[in-house]
Design a protein around this ligand. Structure first.
Ligand code: FCB
Length: 774
């Protein structure tokens, strides 16, 4: 090599780059299918139909590969994380083996004093997301932000730097217009959407890493210098458009919050509506800019539809890819990036290198690297803040549509035996890079990464509880007066400020109907929109849910120690669960179990009918008709269940029982007083009423259970049950089981009383976990 470390600034970083699909071996380790798997499996797309199933088997050989990185004296290793390895479906369920792999990879780099430089997406979209339109679908920005949180929540603390997306031009234009890469489309509308969404996803990922507390975040662009094929104005115009599409669109979006006019002329009709409003996200500030540079192109006008241009062969020496070698364009790009886009931000050459058929004596590569290092030197001389240079690539690997034939590695890989052999270029670099040290940190500052937390709320008429959830567990619970809407929002805001970071999600449960993202809190007399919660907490995900939805969710993870078993299995089995909760009203809900997860169904179960179960109850029901005529079903003796079986209903039942016993209208008493008198055996009417209460509740639950067949158990939850455990014993269970020819079936069911404290908060937390995993 013509250069050594001493020829570069003291803290100039030398690195080597790879990407997941090109080296890991995607068929291994539980990764989900991605669009490169299927693209490669479709004839005509990839040379010899080769795919990344095994590639370099880096998944199993990374320790030895990292020894090579260390031994050559590199400061940094740029790698990418495979989305489908971490989330096989693209969303939801995590592949633990995949996360563990990247965790070990991060540690293995740091053990060798190599800075881990991550790219979150290097072209391998999980197939289930591709099915939903992939980069054409705006939702991809959120899917990607969620993936970012999952992977960086695990390894972000050990990353030196992170960039969301490798080469947005390739992700969009090359793959959706040229059809050269997966998904292989040739469609201008798909292209325009992908170009915009890829930048939006970049911005959302930056935002989500900032909210984790991460720093040293950047963006990586690939650039090709566009040279007019001749001096004609038409050729100049064509080259300028090529430059606009390839280079200025992406740099301009991220750094100047604008797209070039000449590109908009052709693409605007196809961009998603409202694209102009996304630039604050797209342009979220970054800490550095990465440029990948390989070649230039000669561009001539062409007689086609827009963009009406074509590449023509140039006269310069070429690599195995057929790409012209033009190092001076790298200098021009570096100076231009500083002038037009990045100013004082650090710039890295994040990829540069060449494919060569030389498997050992790759003098051509040494020459190529020397020429490009010279180009970097020239930019440094012009005061461009270039801070590092990464060579593509460590290993010969899967060169996408070209398969394994094009060899970019400093280290040769025999794809039969997977043996690694350093080439002459590797040894030359080793000579000039070893020995020096760079004083920059290896990873994120200690403690920079904040654990995720979620905020859960149980909003009552008078009081509100706010819970802090870290790592899925409730770590703190506070009580506030519910107050007015501004007071309630202030409570959310002050908790957020006390913790010091935005929660990832907020789930607020309360009594009342939910409509269009707003809950009408009937007891607190206020309307609480999700939007307001998002505003005061900064949470990315906000949900308002009905309190009975929360009650149903409270049993989603319930275990044997949190229930009293009235009959059946000591450990509640997994499966659909029926939840009945007498409180102020009578809540009935269910957790339906399907495809490995729970879903909520909550209805107005309190309004099923209740009729006399014995002749001697008839008078009581008759009396109730005088008290609450509206609550009876037509002229029958059937009353809405809630009018007896709740905190509000029990006083009606008590008065009716009193009237039926021939007492003058008994004084109005609260449910609490009635149950207390019944328990202490002070008042025969109270005993009668509470017996009716428990047996009718048992019977209704048994009837509902037959309708639902809840394998996962029938659960009694709620305020009344919690405070009056004595009431839910044999008589309750016998009533549950009394079912004519279905008595045996009812007896075979698992029946529990939940002993959970704070079931609203527990339910909000379980709901939150499930919503975030969706
Ligand atoms: C870049 C890609 C990389 C590799 C090189 C040759 O555009 O980022 O994966 O294919 O080209």
């Amino acid at each position: 090599m013509k250069y050594t470390r001493a020829d570069f600034p003291k803290d100039f970083l030398f690195g080597v780059a790879t990407s997941a699909y090109q080296i890991e071996g995607h068929a291994q380790g539980g990764a989900g299918q991605n669009h490169w798997d299927t693209f490669a499996a479709s004839p005509g797309n990839v040379a010899r139909g080769e795919n990344g199933d095994l590639a370099c088997d880096h998944l199993n050989r990374f320790p030895q590969d990292f020894d090579l990185v260390r031994d050559a004296g590199f400061d940094c290793y740029r790698f990418s994380t495979s989305w489908a390895r971490v989330l096989p479906e693209g969303r939801g369920q995590v592949n633990q083996a995949g996360l563990d792999y990247y965790d070990r990879l991060a540690d293995a780099l740091l053990e060798r004093n190599i800075r881990p430089c991550a790219t979150l997406y290097h072209w391998e979209l999980p197939s289930p997301l591709s099915d939903l339109g992939g980069w054409r679908n705006r939702d991809i920005a959120e899917w990607f932000a969620d993936f970012t949180e999952v992977i960086m929540g695990r390894i972000g603390d050990r990353m030196y730097s992170v960039a969301p997306i490798n080469e947005p031009w390739c992700v969009s234009w090359l793959s959706h217009f040229d059809g050269h890469h997966a998904p292989g489309l040739r469609d201008i509308r798909a292209t325009a959407r992908a170009m915009h969404h890829v930048l939006l996803a970049h911005g959302r990922a930056i935002e989500s890493m900032r909210s984790l507390g991460m720093s040293n975040l950047g963006a990586v662009f690939n650039l090709e210098w566009a040279e007019p094929a001749d001096d004609s104005p038409k050729a100049r115009q064509a080259a300028d458009l090529y430059d606009g599409i390839y280079n200025r669109f992406f740099l301009g979006g991220v750094f100047n919050k604008a797209y070039p006019d000449n590109v908009l002329k052709g693409l605007e009709p196809y961009l998603p509506s409202g694209w102009q409003n996304d630039f604050d996200t797209i342009g979220a500030p970054v800490d550095w800019c990465g440029l990948n540079y390989y070649t230039r192109k000669l561009i001539a006008p062409d007689d086609t539809a827009w963009p009406s241009l074509k590449e023509v062969p140039g006269p310069l020496p070429k690599t195995q890819m057929g790409w012209e070698i033009e190092p001076t364009a790298l200098t021009r790009f570096l100076t231009r990036a500083k002038q037009e886009y990045t100013g004082d931000l650090p710039i890295y050459v994040t990829e540069n290198g060449m494919a060569s058929p030389e498997r050992q004596q790759d003098e051509d590569r040494i020459d190529y690297l020397n020429q490009h290092l010279k180009a970097v030197q020239a930019a440094l001389d012009e005061d461009v803040p270039v801070k590092g240079y990464f060579i593509w690539s460590l290993l010969d690997n899967y060169e996408w549509a070209f398969g394994y034939e094009k060899r970019f590695g400093l280290v040769d890989v025999d794809f039969e035996t997977l043996e690694r052999t350093p080439k002459a270029s590797y040894n030359a670099l080793k000579t000039v890079l070893t020995g020096g040290t760079v004083s920059l940190p290896l990873a994120q500052p200690a403690g920079a990464i904040r654990a995720h937390w979620n905020l859960v709320a149980d909003i009552g008429g008078t009081n509100t509880r706010l819970g802090v959830v870290s790592d899925g567990k409730l770590t703190d619970l506070r009580k506030y007066p519910t107050g007015t809407l501004p007071e309630l929002l202030e409570a959310f805001h002050s908790l957020r400020d006390e913790i010091g970071t935005d929660p990832r999600a907020v789930v607020a449960a309360g009594a009342g109907p939910v409509k269009d993202g707003t809950i009408q809190l009937t007891n607190a007399h206020l309307d609480l929109p999700e939007r307001d919660i998002g505003r005061v907490t900064g949470a990315q995900h906000t949900y308002v849910i009905n309190d009975f939805t929360a009650a149903a969710w409270s049993v989603a993870e319930i275990s044997g120690d949190e229930v009293e078993v009235l009959q059946g299995a000591t450990e509640p089995p997994t499966g659909t669960r029926l939840v009945v909760g007498p409180g102020t009203g009578l809540g009935v809900g269910a957790l339906l179990y399907s495809e490995g997860r729970y879903h909520t169904a909550s209805g107005e179960g309190g309004h099923v009918g209740l009729s006399p179960r014995h002749a001697d109850e008839v008078e009581i029901f008759r009396a109730a008709r005088h008290i609450a005529p509206d609550c009876f079903f037509d002229d029958s003796l059937t009353i809405e269940a809630e009018m007896f079986l709740s905190g509000t209903g029990l006083p009606i039942l008590y008065r009716a029982a009193g009237m039926a016993a021939g007492l003058a209208d008994t004084s109005v008493r609260s449910a609490r007083e009635i149950l207390e008198d019944a328990r202490t055996n002070n008042d025969p009417i109270a005993r009668r009423a509470s017996h009716l209460f428990t047996t009718h509740l048992g019977a209704v639950m048994g009837d509902l259970a037959v309708a639902f067949m809840p394998i996962g158990g029938v659960f009694l939850v709620g305020g009344v049950a919690k405070k009056n455990r004595w009431l839910f014993k044999d008589a309750f269970r016998d009533a549950f089981n009394a079912g004519g020819r279905f008595s045996d079936l009812r007896r075979s069911m698992n029946l529990y009383v939940s002993e959970q404290d704070e079931f609203g908060i527990v339910g909000a937390n379980n709901f939150c976990k499930s919503a975030l995993a969706r």
